[in-house]
Design a protein around this ligand. Structure first.
Ligand code: AKG
Ligand code: FE2
Length: 452
């Protein structure tokens, strides 16, 4: 069997741009930390002219704007994948509980819980953390940063621990350290987080050779009570998962479609000035205090701000599967995230998945008796391949408008695999779609069609 499309991107081995100051925070909106007083949603405010003649609205008229609770999803429930699907499609965040094997790299970083005492503040084994990643260089932001010009410093984890963490200093927040960028980070922290059972296979794990099999989009945040990340949404079209290793993190979330209610990010969701920003009363807002043992799941595009209520070390990880491919393609088309090589991610995912299916086909051909029992993992692989096939069709059709975005992306350290020449690229995508078709035909013949 021979495949006609070019092999995976040779750039898999290359480095890629990290979370530059304009990167994940580029679309960050302004918000402030403040009292945690919440306000209940109430009757719509009056038009500005009327408001002006009446003077400022007494707070009572608005009642109390109270954020909604984030729905909880128990991963051990057989209905959980269906529920997650519905939540994700409607842009609703979720708290996942009973998640097995999440952030296993951090298991040795906290003292085992004594007895039945369960507290968000789990004592850290700093010596173990420093042994694992002490010499790594990490970004710090000042707690009172201005999102348009965040003051960033780079220091080692050891220095951050000595000079800030160990002395209770909340001036600096170790912010968004993307550990798969470093060799040591890959060695000690990658491949140590089990996939979530309630979502599809992560397609970003095929992107880069140096951490292949695990996603490059993994981050650590480390800071005392009072450190925070202001209201923003991350570009790129990827869903976000967040988990606390120690500490309580207050997360205020706003639905991705409610941008008009945020007045270009001028609203402070915890203390909204409804006289100035009356539409905020209609935004879908959630609040959750994230503690160890939970995973917060944000559908792509969800606005979020985070306040560490106690000393907190947390882990964030992006996710892409068939359900957020639409947002991913939109981001690719808009060119809003130069640090995410959308085309390479899709290209390499398709190649890896085809290879996985080929291996099963080969095995079936050598040993037809095993055809009753193809590996379970193939279900997810085939589902991803079918979704990629659809995505590539729209991708191929979008080639015209894509060329501008392509220029933006190629300016990063990673060169794109298939976008250097539009005609060539369009042909290559067509060939890749053909390869997927061929592969799906062959697997249909090789194993019981009922499985497809
Ligand atoms: O934990 C934080 O402070 C911010 C997390 C965040 O914004 C993210 O993971 O996208
Ligand atoms: Fe974020």
């Amino acid at each position: 069997r021979s495949r006609s499309s070019p092999s995976p991107s040779p750039t898999c081995t290359s480095d890629f741009p990290g979370p530059a100051s304009g990167g994940r925070m580029a679309s960050a909106a302004r918000a402030s930390r403040g009292a945690s007083a919440s306000h209940e949603k109430a009757s719509p405010p009056s038009p500005p002219a009327l408001q002006a003649s009446l003077g400022p609205m007494p707070a009572l008229l608005y009642g109390e704007l109270k954020p909604d609770q984030v729905p909880r999803v128990d991963c051990s429930d057989p209905q959980a994948p269906e529920l997650m699907r519905a939540l994700r499609l409607s842009g609703t965040p979720a708290i996942l509980v009973n998640v097995e094997g999440w952030a296993e790299f951090a298991e040795d970083w906290v003292e085992p819980e004594a007895g039945n005492q369960s507290s968000p503040e789990r004592p850290l084994r700093l010596a173990k953390i420093l042994e694992d990643i002490g010499d790594e260089e990490v970004p710090l932001v000042r707690q009172d940063y201005d999102v348009t010009r965040p003051v960033r410093h780079v220091t080692t984890v050891r220095e951050f621990v000595d000079k800030a963490w160990s002395v209770g200093d909340s001036t600096w927040y170790m912010h968004q350290w993307q550990f798969p960028l470093s060799e040591r980070g890959i060695k000690t922290l990658c491949h140590r987080c089990k996939p979530l059972p309630v979502v599809g296979q992560d397609l970003t794990r095929h992107w880069l050779d140096k951490c292949r099999g695990d996603t490059p989009f993994q981050y650590l945040f480390f800071g005392h009570a009072g450190t925070c990340t202001k209201l923003h949404r991350d570009t790129g079209g990827l869903d976000i998962t967040m988990a606390s290793i120690t500490g309580a993190k207050e997360c205020i979330l706003v639905h991705r479609d409610d941008s008009p209610c945020l007045y270009r990010g001028n609203v402070e969701p915890k203390r909204p000035d409804l006289d100035r920003y009356p539409l905020f009363a209609f935004a879908r807002v959630w609040r959750h205090v994230l503690v160890p043992g939970e995973v917060l799941y944000l559908p792509e595009g969800t606005y979020h701000e985070c306040h560490n209520l106690s000393p907190c070390l947390s882990y964030s990880r992006f996710h892409l599967d068939e359900l957020n491919l639409t947002g991913f393609l939109r981001s690719c088309n808009d060119g809003d995230a130069p640090e995410v090589s959308h085309e390479e991610i899709l290209w390499n995912a398709a190649h890896d998945l085809i290879r996985q299916v080929d291996a099963v086909i080969d095995q079936e051909q050598c040993n037809p008796a095993s055809s009753e029992q193809p590996p379970d993992s193939l279900d997810g692989t085939l589902q991803s391949l079918v979704a990629l096939r659809h995505a590539m069709h729209s991708f191929k059709d979008m080639r015209g408008p894509l060329s501008v975005a392509t220029d933006a992306r190629t300016s990063g350290a990673a060169t794109t695999c298939a976008a250097t020449n539009d005609a060539w690229a369009a042909d290559s995508w067509k060939l890749l779609v053909k390869d997927i078709d061929l592969c799906l035909e062959e697997i249909t013949e090789a194993i019981a069609p009922a499985r497809l």
